[in-house]
Design a protein around this ligand. Structure first.
Ligand code: HEC
Length: 119
């Protein structure tokens, strides 16, 4: 009986340990090239973290869509994206509203802007 109990305990422990803190949405799945284009680097991050609210559906939570290169570029240049994603976690106005992204994701968007918004 004791062996069975230990076995069950072990399985539960392994299960719990395998639940890490890394959010799936935070991972950049497309290889980001040195050129830092929207298509290779930025789109996946926006798709995974923003368009759930920032889309063109009538009932979208976000006030504007971030579905295309032009929209994301425009809102990065004139719409506070860089400021909002870099606020301290938990701060009023942080984007995504659900919690700050990984520093790696933030760095990709900042670098993309610094390199001139390549498509
Ligand atoms: C859970 C829903 C949700 C998610 C996810 C989300 N937003 Fe928002 N966003 C909102 C809402 C609602 C507002 C309007 C209220 C406000 O300005 O804070 C907003 C406002 C903004 C603004 C304000 C523009 C201005 O006028 O200053 C920016 C920029 C922005 N979002 C960018 C993003 C980006 C980039 C992401 C992904 C990294 C993101 N949001 C993810 C809901 C969301």
């Amino acid at each position: 009986m004791k062996i069975v109990k230990n076995l069950i305990f072990g399985i539960i422990l392994i299960f719990l340990l395998s639940c890490t803190n890394t959010k799936e949405a935070d991972l950049v799945s497309v290889p980001c090239t040195d050129e830092f284009t929207y298509t290779d680097c930025v789109k996946t991050i926006i798709d995974n973290n923003c368009i759930i609210c920032h889309n063109s559906n009538l009932n979208a939570l976000g006030p504007f869509p971030l579905e295309t290169y032009e929209q994301v570029k425009e809102k990065t240049q004139n719409g506070n994206i860089l400021a909002r994603i870099q606020l301290p976690d938990g701060a009023n106005g942080i984007m995504p509203q659900t919690g700050k992204m990984s520093q790696a994701n933030i760095d990709v968007i900042v670098t993309w802007a610094n390199k001139g918004f390549l498509e």
